[in-house]
Design a protein around this ligand. Structure first.
Ligand code: SF4
Length: 415
């Protein structure tokens, strides 16, 4: 079957910079697991004695797993690097045995694929520093274009695959492209600030959820058309919320909470963690109840750090637009997980926006340049977009604090 390939406009210019990469994805302590087929492909590939020796250290069989995708696991060095990573920042396994021998996860990163009937979408993760660099140099914004290939390999693993008419006709997939068009149209509408675009998205997702629950899904396309038209020349939809004052200090506490969760999952380099903690003066104190802790944070430091961020982004707000839209497309929100409602996806999007700004701001100083922004984007993305546990924790945390109304989301994204 001929697939109609869809990809962002910058996709075809991407290539891994290997040895030039400061935050090489092969040395970030990731937990990399793979299935039996990938395991046997690496194990049985013809190798030199030196590479064979490396293999004995590089991975191990996971014997107790019932999950077929966790048949084996990469073992990292003490520094958190893959054993195959050579001194020049390249993969020794790929160099000697070729690209096709690599486990799927290594072959794929930073790419992500989705198929919907005869269309295949391919996106790139901001967990890769070269991707972040490209998005920072894309002032015209992300456009979806027709691509020509799926990565370097025709056999790819699709994270979302809608291949039968029955599935494509079920809700919400029936309106897959309408909804995608809506979110791209809103996120790229530069008549509004990025915050206001996110609020519009919340209004839309809430209403679409309501239509689905009321069994009125057939009204979704007309609603979307009307909303896109209204957003083009009418800002009255935001009248009720335009005077809401930001609650930056409260949001900073939310950040400190989630920051701890990210660090507890060992998804963040220690020196980076310490730098952010120092920038904001964050400290955690255990209470008598072992499950809970109190948070201290310096509000004057928050103001100072956010000042650095908004100064550096002044005139380049498209960077945040690009990052947010890329994240939504890469994760295929709101279609990632059928257990998540559109509203759940929206909560996640708002958290990403808020936490991301705090994270980047915390990595800046008077002497910062774009490399500090890139570093924070990459670490943030690796924590948030490549870790399902954290994503679930995040949703649970918000729901348990009962802060899930549109009003509370507006507070969360107002800076
Ligand atoms: S992070 Fe990106 S550029 Fe760096 S080594 Fe990995 S794929 Fe290559």
């Amino acid at each position: 079957m001929n697939l109609n390939i869809i990809e962002p406009n910058y996709f075809k210019h991407f290539h891994c910079i290997g040895g030039e990469c400061k935050q090489n994805c092969c040395s970030c302590s990731w937990n990399i697991t793979f299935d039996k087929k990938d395991y046997l492909t690496v194990k049985n590939a013809k190798k030199s004695k030196k590479l064979q020796e490396l293999c004995t250290h590089a991975f191990r069989r996971v014997k107790k797993s019932d999950n077929p995708s966790i048949y084996a696991q990469m073992r990292m060095t003490e520094e958190g690097s893959c054993h195959f990573l050579d001194d020049n920042g390249f993969c020794a396994l790929q160099k000697e045995c070729g690209y096709k021998v690599l486990p799927d996860v290594c072959r794929r990163f930073p790419r992500q694929y989705f198929t919907y009937l005869n269309s295949a979408e391919q996106y790139l993760s901001t967990g890769c520093e070269e991707v972040v660099r490209m998005l920072m140099n894309l002032p015209q914004g992300i456009e979806l274009t027709n691509g020509t290939s799926i990565g370097n390999n025709k056999s790819f693993t699709s994270t979302l695959s809608i291949q039968t008419m029955e599935k494509a006709n079920s809700l919400p997939f029936k309106y897959y492209w309408d909804i995608k068009t809506l979110l791209i149209s809103i996120m790229k509408n530069r008549n509004y600030s990025v915050e206001d675009r996110l609020i519009l998205l919340g209004i839309a997702f809430k209403h679409i959820d309501e239509l689905i629950v009321a069994n009125e899904g057939d009204k979704i396309p007309a609603y979307i058309d009307g909303l896109i038209a209204a957003c083009a020349d009418d800002k009255s939809m935001l009248d009720d919320i335009k005077d809401i004052e930001p609650k930056t200090n409260q949001n900073a506490i939310n950040f400190a909470n989630m920051f701890k969760a990210m660090s507890d999952l060992n998804t963040m380099p220690r020196n980076f963690y310490k730098k952010i903690q120092l920038s904001y003066g964050i400290s955690y104190e255990q209470t008598e109840d072992i499950e809970h802790f109190t948070i201290q944070i310096s509000y004057s430091k928050i103001e100072k750090q956010l000042g650095f961020l908004f100064n550096m982004l002044s005139g380049r707000e498209y960077i945040i637009e690009n990052f947010m839209l890329n994240a939504i497309l890469y994760l295929n929100l709101p279609f990632t997980d059928t257990n998540m409602s559109f509203w759940d996806s929206y909560i996640f999007i708002c958290q990403v926006y808020s936490l991301m700004l705090f994270m980047i701001a915390g990595n800046l100083s008077e002497t910062s340049d774009d490399n500090d922004i890139i570093e924070a984007f990459v670490i943030f993305s690796r924590c948030m977009f490549h870790n399902k546990t954290l994503r679930n924790n995040l949703l649970e945390f918000i729901k348990s604090h009962k802060s899930t109304t549109l009003g509370s989301m507006v507070y969360l994204i107002k800076f």
